[in-house]
Write a new protein. Structure first.
Length: 731
């Protein structure tokens, strides 16, 4: 309790001291207006943020009667939501990640299923030792909303009522196995070689499907088969014992998906495994009461175009093209070390719902409609062709290659638009063949380091060093030639992320370098504009006391800082991405280079687009305001336009508004000297009204904020005398 109180006080002080800076000067709003063209086609979801290793479910996000798409990416537990336009027999999705904040924090695996048959998909997701369930309590008027229904689901293991076991690596099948109207669970047992069938007894006991408290281990070897612990082989027609099957075997990881593939009314199971490159389907020759695996096929779904990933492919059955037939999506169920740029295979069901026939259509479902550079995205804007427009260059951690040598590349998008309206056109994934450097984590930075009037190139990389390339342009087009493979002997440890910029305002270019530990290195140029001197002995490894790492108990603190120094309204600032994905903003830099900078915000504009965030900041639309490009570990980009909240909201007022408690968890009480309060609303940092209540009488009132997400907000009090504002923290 004491630690929590200290944390709340610290957050309150930080928020109240710096709220005017955060609200009055810098704020970004997500925007998808910049066109991106690839091979003559404008990408419909260019700024969706990339996809790597997903789990797919359908859900009606906006309650319009059309099932939308929910993709959970194991790269940082990232939620991606796509609105379905509902065009018959068409893949017609538009990214809309504003729904992301409607979901609770979820981990490892997520399946959306309607457990109570109310027509709304609920959340099943991993929790240590098992899984939890959130009930969908939203509606068309109030929007999407969930409430915790069960913090851990239990099952009767032969009179031993314990948590229903599912690991963080496994994915269970949650389906109506016995066709009685409630959801049952298939999961691999602790030993990982037999499949347990946990029957939901809700219908039998109550006649309704909405109970999560009555699971019973029906059999410990559903289907009468056994998976080999050493390879992908499965043994059929095994006798089942009466109790729970226990063997001293280490379970590595498996996934289960169910579907009635042969149209006989019972469920077949599709099995994925961490050691397998394909999926195996077990044909059920039994009944809905007693399953019996009678045959197996390893080249699912067909021998012509079978699933073939190097690591742990998992199948998901979802109708993605609006023809009322479930299709097949396949993706690796891993964190890395698998195909990442073409990692979502789409098989269209060209058969029927009763007897499906899956035809392979593409290997980059949705990924082909977005900026997608594999694993990691490190954006930088620079005029590379001498036309006066900033082009887009994106470094990455790497595209997957067999053997694990994921060499990094630089993707080049030429700006063919105007100063006011940029348009990025794809040129190449391997700009100037930098993949031949055989490095990982390439992070580009541009600056005229030799003083000859054109900008040279530094490439930070995974080993903490930098490669220096001199620019020898041809007809104004940049041409980079390798000059130093270990620039100035600088080695900051791991994951060097440089920026070439004049930090101390002496007319000479300095270096800022982020790193894995989350701190920032400042290399002052002790030389000249034509012969820079970055002495290793003079590097400040804790510049401004910047640190974007987040300590997790019993683990190593990683930060992956990606600093960008910029000026706005004549004031120097630094933003940085971080391992956890949030953006940090630092000020109090001018005339304080040897001191500690002020952390203004550690969740700038409440932006979160995935882990390993990498910002690039530049006025791309020529409106004299900085805009934000943000890469993330899923290999995609998001774009945010500058927005000055102060132009809309004036926080200063001669009317006294007192709100308490602040931070608040449930009821926020409001006292004011305003004569007549008409309404009270809560506004988030993107200026969206997320809660509104009318006030019937009096000047003192309260509002229940328990349903909104934790974070920073503005309270708007509307009265007969005008609108007034106060800030608060939802705890």
């Amino acid at each position: 309790m004491h630690k929590n109180r200290v944390k709340i006080i610290a957050l309150t002080i930080l928020f109240l001291v710096n709220i005017n800076l955060g609200f009055s000067q810098i704020n970004f709003i997500k925007n998808d207006s910049i066109s991106v063209n690839v091979n003559g086609i404008n990408l419909s979801n260019a700024w969706a943020g990339g996809l790597n290793f997903i789990q797919a479910s359908s859900i009606d996000l906006n309650y319009d009667g059309i099932e939308d798409l929910f993709l959970f990416d194991r790269s940082g537990n990232k939620i991606n939501t796509f609105i379905n336009l509902g065009i018959q027999d068409s893949i017609s999705y538009i990214t809309n990640n504003s729904y992301r904040n409607k979901f609770p924090q979820l981990n490892s695996w997520v399946l959306l299923r309607d457990y109570n048959n109310d027509g709304k998909k609920d959340i099943f997701s991993y929790t240590p030792g098992g899984f939890l369930v959130y009930k969908n309590v939203g509606n068309a008027i109030d929007g999407l909303s969930f409430e915790l229904k069960s913090s851990k689901v239990y099952s009767n293991y032969f009179s031993d009522y314990i948590p229903l076991y599912v690991t963080s690596v496994d994915i269970p099948a949650i389906d109506d196995i016995d066709a009685d109207g409630d959801l049952d669970v298939l999961t691999f047992s602790v030993n990982g070689v037999y499949v347990e069938y946990h029957q939901n007894k809700s219908m039998e006991l109550y006649g309704v499907p909405d109970s999560l408290d009555n699971f019973n281990l029906n059999t410990s070897c559903w289907g009468k088969f056994r998976e080999n612990e050493l390879n992908c082989e499965i043994t059929l027609d095994l006798p089942c014992g009466g109790g729970r099957e226990i063997e001293n075997i280490l379970h590595a990881g498996s996934s289960l998906s169910t579907f009635d593939i042969d149209g006989d009314g019972d469920k077949e199971v599709v099995i994925g495994d961490i050691s397998c490159t394909s999926n195996t389907v077990i044909v059920n020759g039994g009944t809905i009461q007693i399953a019996n695996g009678i045959s197996q096929t390893h080249n699912f779904p067909n021998s012509t175009n079978p699933i073939n990933f190097n690591n742990f492919p998992t199948s998901y059955f979802v109708d993605v093209n609006n023809d009322q037939k479930k299709d097949l999506l396949v993706s690796p169920n891993v964190f890395n070390a698998a195909e990442n740029a073409k990692s979502i295979w789409f098989y269209k069901n060209v058969g029927s719902q009763a007897i499906p026939n899956f035809k392979k259509i593409k290997e980059n479902f949705l990924q082909n409609q977005m900026l997608e550079v594999g694993e990691g995205a490190h954006p930088v804007l620079e005029d590379l062709d001498g036309d006066g427009l900033k082009d887009l260059l994106i470094g990455n951690y790497g595209y997957y290659s067999v053997g694990g040598n994921n060499n990094s590349m630089l993707a080049f998008f030429k700006n063919i638009g105007t100063l006011n309206e940029p348009i990025f056109q794809f040129q190449t994934n391997d700009y100037q063949n930098f993949s031949q450097l055989n490095m990982r984590g390439l992070y580009p930075a541009f600056g005229d380091l030799d003083g000859d009037g054109d900008k040279d190139l530094l490439l930070g990389n995974e080993d903490g060093k930098m490669v220096y390339c001199i620019n020898i342009p041809s007809n104004g087009v940049a041409n980079f030639v390798l000059s130093e493979s270990f620039y100035k002997g600088i080695d900051i440890g791991n994951f060097a992320t440089p920026q070439i910029v004049d930090v101390d305002n002496d007319g000479k270019l300095d270096l800022l370098i982020g790193e894995e530990r989350g701190t920032v290195n400042f290399c002052r140029n002790e030389g000249t504009t034509t012969a820079p001197d970055f002495s290793v002995a003079n590097i400040n490894p804790l510049f401004g006391n910047i640190n974007v790492s987040k300590y997790i108990p019993n683990s190593i603190a990683f930060g992956y800082s990606t600093p960008k120094f910029f000026k706005y309204n004549g004031q120097s600032r630094i933003i940085s991405g971080s391992q956890q994905g949030y953006i940090y903003l630092y000020e109090n830099i001018d005339n304080n280079l040897n001191g500690n900078f002020t952390l203004v915000d550690s969740t700038l504009s409440q932006i979160w687009e995935g882990v390993r965030s990498v910002p690039e900041i530049f006025d791309i639309n020529n409106d004299n305001k900085p805009d934000l490009f943000l890469g993330n570990y899923a290999g995609g980009l998001s774009f945010f336009k500058f927005d000055n909240v102060a132009s809309v909201i004036n926080l200063k007022s001669d009317k006294k508004i007192t709100i308490f408690p602040n931070p608040s968890q449930n009821i926020l009480s409001i006292q004011t000297n305003i004569n007549k309060v008409l309404s009270v609303s809560v506004i988030d940092l993107n200026q969206r009204i997320i809660l509104l209540e009318n006030v019937l009488s009096g000047s003192n009132c309260s509002i229940n904020v328990s349903a909104i997400k934790q974070g920073y907000y503005i309270l708007k009090v509307s009265s007969s005398e005008g609108d007034f504002y106060e800030k608060f923290i939802k705890n």
